[in-house]
Design a protein around this ligand. Structure first.
Ligand SMILES: *[C@@H]1O[C@H](CO)[C@@H](O)[C@H](O)[C@H]1NC(C)=O
Ligand SMILES: *[C@@H]1O[C@H](CO)[C@@H](O)[C@H](O)[C@H]1NC(C)=O
Ligand SMILES: *[C@@H]1O[C@H](CO)[C@@H](O)[C@H](O)[C@H]1NC(C)=O
Ligand SMILES: *[C@@H]1O[C@H](CO)[C@@H](O)[C@H](O)[C@H]1NC(C)=O
Ligand SMILES: *[C@@H]1O[C@H](CO)[C@@H](O)[C@H](O)[C@H]1NC(C)=O
Length: 399
């Protein structure tokens, strides 16, 4: 639990389907009220130190006691799970079985006949909740200045091991997830003529695998990261690449993330308060402007995120994603065998920087969008920008 919160602190700153041999699909609603009393008791009984061990130690040493304490009190006194559950349940959800796994997904359809199927994939520590602010607007008709009609049928699955999708076998990789998500789109939902995709965090890695491997069904991609080792500032300089002001800020963020933000050992070395408070056992942590419009990354959103992981008891199975995919980032940039266009989105306060010149080496880049607001959880950090980039993607989409 506390790990989720700590990680949030570290990383944030996230009709036409009937013409195929449909596999069995069950309607689904979130109903976790029965798990709530236990969580409430735990949050209530979680002992935090009365005073901070080193009051002068700031956020650079990890989550601050006063912040964690505030969130504990807010969860107990203000947070309303019933309300959050109802908001999530406004999205039509389903489950199906693919290769022996239960796969949970949101399927929100457009009313338009010329809609584009769109697969949206979250990462860790995320869920379809990240896309809550953008899903409905994406299903609605948008008419471009060139009079092109764009709307989407949105499919947002839970990754295996996350929330309501069952944990996969131990040897499962993101390649396997890519394969079953393609099955979901093509065979289960019948989008056999092709679809577009959007991915964040590990969802971007799965998205890239789909983009590069399923080149007949994936017809356009919008990603925020690609599974290649991002260049260091020195490497960028050595290539004489000129960065925009936005990308320069991201570059500074990557330096901080590389040295202080990555992994378990780094955690223990640089953020002793985070790991220390984690051992006190408890729930609770972007663009520094998080929570101010257009960001909806508020305390309430964070508490919902944490509650979802806790109440579904999938924190452990979600973190296995890292153990199962130890070599996610390739060092040699290779152009994949696909003619599908790529729209890449850079949000200023994200944690890794892939300059345009690098993304071009690994995709058919048609647009490199930079946003001066938002970070790693863009669907919550800057929903209008995510919608804008997907509309741009729609303009490049062809079945
Ligand atoms: C929590 O939200 C539900 C649904 O919106 C509402 O019916 C209920 O009154 C709320 N509870 C509190 C204590 O505000
Ligand atoms: C992965 O493990 C399953 C058993 O859980 C086994 O059936 C399958 O063959 C394994 N796959 C690989 C690629 O090792
Ligand atoms: C995943 O698929 C890619 C592309 O087909 C391949 O290069 C890579 O080795 C695979 N990774 C694993 C862990 O199987
Ligand atoms: C970068 O510019 C320097 C100085 O003009 C030049 O020597 C070097 O070859 C350039 N590097 C690349 C990768 O173009
Ligand atoms: C799609 O991938 C196959 C190999 O799997 C390749 O032969 C084919 O040329 C690719 N199509 C495009 C349009 O790149």
């Amino acid at each position: 639990m506390a790990q989720t919160i700590i990680c949030l602190l570290m990383v944030s700153l996230p009709a036409m389907s009937s013409d195929a041999p449909n596999l069995h699909v069950e309607p689904f609603r979130i109903d976790l009220a029965h798990e709530l009393p236990r969580m409430k008791a735990l949050v209530q009984n979680t002992r935090l130190p009365v005073t901070a061990l080193y009051p002068a130690a700031g956020i650079e040493f990890g989550i601050r006691l006063d912040f964690l304490h505030d969130l504990q009190v807010e969860w107990l006194n203000e947070f309303n799970w019933t309300k959050q559950e109802a908001a999530l349940n406004e999205l039509p959800q389903f489950t199906t079985e693919i290769e022996g796994l239960t796969v949970h997904f949101v399927h929100a359809k457009s009313q338009e006949s010329d809609r584009i199927p769109l697969l949206m994939m979250h990462g860790w520590p995320g869920s379809f909740q990240e896309f809550l602010p953008v899903i409905k607007p994406l299903t609605e008709l948008w008419i471009s200045p060139t009079r092109k009609r764009i709307s989407f049928d949105v499919v947002a699955p839970s990754l295996p091991g996350f929330l309501f999708s069952s944990p996969p076998p131990q040897n499962w990789t993101t390649n396997d997830t890519a394969r079953i998500f393609n099955t979901l789109m093509v065979d289960v939902l019948g989008y056999s003529q092709g679809y577009a995709l959007h991915g964040t965090d590990r969802g971007s890695v799965i998205g890239y695998t789909l983009y590069s491997t399923f080149n007949t069904s994936v017809r356009a991609a919008n990603l925020k990261s690609i599974p290649f080792v991002a260049p260091t500032p020195d490497e960028i300089a050595a290539e004489n690449i000129t960065l925009s002001d936005i990308a320069k800020v991201t570059k500074e963020r990557t330096v901080d993330y590389r040295t202080r933000g990555m992994g378990y050992f780094t955690e223990q070395t640089f953020k002793p308060n985070s790991i220390g408070l984690a051992l006190y056992d408890n729930p609770i942590g972007s663009d520094p402007r998080a929570g101010t419009p257009p960001s909806v990354l508020t305390h309430e959103t964070l508490l919902t995120m944490v509650s979802l992981y806790y109440l579904t008891q999938t924190f452990q199975s979600s973190v296995w994603l890292y153990a199962q995919n130890p070599n996610t980032f390739a060092s040699d940039y290779v152009k994949p065998a696909t003619d599908a266009p790529m729209v890449f989105s850079l949000f200023e306060f994200d944690l890794m920087l892939w300059p345009k010149e690098y993304v071009e080496r690994a995709s058919n880049l048609v647009l490199y969008k930079e946003h001066d607001f938002g970070g790693h959880f863009a669907g919550l950090d800057n929903p209008p920008a995510v919608i804008e980039d997907l509309h741009d993607l729609g303009l490049h989409f062809e079945f």
